[in-house]
Design a binder for this molecule. Structure first.
Ligand code: BEZ
Ligand code: FE
Length: 343
């Protein structure tokens, strides 16, 4: 069968494009895309995309096209609204830099990040739930000794975080890497200051029995980055841009699925309206105030009082993750079918 390049009279622009890698397709094998009525248009796009040999990509794009077309038809999207969306996405892209990811923020603000995370990290009963990573993690946090401080004491109210990392049977996980990061008392991460000096973040390892402890400061609530198109959109919609105070924690140990999570604090004014949908009730903690000079000294605080946050974490193996995902996927599918959503 003739390919595009076999036809006489194809112009140089086409020959050049094929030479540079554009597929040299057999035109006789393509679907006939001539009827562009609203319903046929969707079928046409799906038909031409179905040539894709990558089955997963083919499926993902088929569903995306169908949902987008349904959205346009259902909402009767106007040309002006379409153009507004294009301009918004353009600005979102233009706001991204090596250090700022406005598209992830958009995904966060519409709950997509939280949904993807929850679906991919299902937890059997008792295992610690995950939550959104956010934009303030850095790869090269300094390592501190188990029990040491990750924050300068003058950055807020001193807090001791301690507990144990275990598997689902309760066995301690030795030498588990813990990465943790938080805001200072003003609600800023170190990376948000013009002069970046690492503070309020660190990495440490559990001991032979899985125990860990570190000193930090009690983090406070803060706004997500809101000086770009996402912030502007949320403001126009009348949505606030705040996150409740939280301590980010990430765990890595051989033989276990990486856990990215955060601890939240009971009583925070934004605990029920997190701008990025990261709060899960199992992650809400209630640190206790300890006013005891001897205790404070024992843990290495300079002050006479501190907050004590005792918290254990339970990691899952890849097999446990896979098993739970299968159970959850079946449930998800059943619910979609119940709501008459074609899958
Ligand atoms: C954060 O917790 O650091 C965060 C998460 C999502 C969006 C913005 C900030
Ligand atoms: Fe955060």
């Amino acid at each position: 069968m003739p390919k595009v390049s076999d036809y006489p009279h194809v112009g140089k622009a086409i020959v050049d494009a094929i030479q540079r890698g554009a597929p040299d397709v057999d035109l006789n094998e393509l679907p006939n895309l001539q009827d562009m009525s609203p319903d046929k248009l969707t079928e046409n796009v799906v038909a031409i995309n179905s040539l894709d040999k990558n089955e997963r990509r083919k499926y993902l794009l088929e569903r995306l096209v169908q949902y987008m077309h349904t959205y346009v038809k259902e909402t009767n999207l106007t040309t002006e609204e379409w153009m507004n969306a294009i301009q918004f996405l353009t600005k979102t892209g233009q706001t991204c830099t090596d250090l700022r990811q406005e598209f992830i923020l958009l995904s966060d603000a519409f709950g997509v990040s939280a949904l993807v995370d929850t679906i991919n990290h299902p937890k059997p009963k008792g295992a610690t739930e995950s939550t959104v990573l956010g934009p303030f993690f850095v790869e090269d946090a300094r390592t501190v000794e188990n029990g040491d401080a990750i924050a300068s004491e003058d950055k807020g109210e001193p807090m001791l975080v301690k507990g144990r990392i275990t598997d689902t049977s309760g066995k301690g996980i030795a030498h588990c890497l813990i990465e943790t990061w938080e805001t200072d008392e003003d609600g800023f991460y170190d990376t948000q200051y013009a002069e970046y000096e690492q503070d309020c973040r660190g990495r440490l390892y559990t001991d032979d029995d899985g125990y860990y402890a570190f000193r930090c400061v009690k983090p406070v609530a803060y706004p997500i980055p809101n000086d770009g198109p996402v912030g502007q959109l949320l403001r126009s919609m009348g949505r606030h841009v705040f996150r409740p105070s939280h301590l980010h924690m990430m765990f890595q140990a051989k033989g276990f699925v990486e856990l990215i999570t955060s601890l939240y604090f009971k009583g925070d004014i934004f605990i029920t309206s997190d701008a990025v949908f990261g709060v899960k009730s199992s992650l809400i903690t209630d640190p206790q105030q300890v006013k005891d000079k001897a205790q404070a000294q024992k843990y290495g605080f300079k002050s006479d009082e501190f907050w004590l946050l005792e918290r254990d974490f339970v990691l899952v193996t890849p097999e446990e993750n896979k098993k739970q995902k299968q159970i959850n996927d079946d449930e998800l599918k059943k619910n979609l079918e119940k709501n008459h959503i074609k899958i």
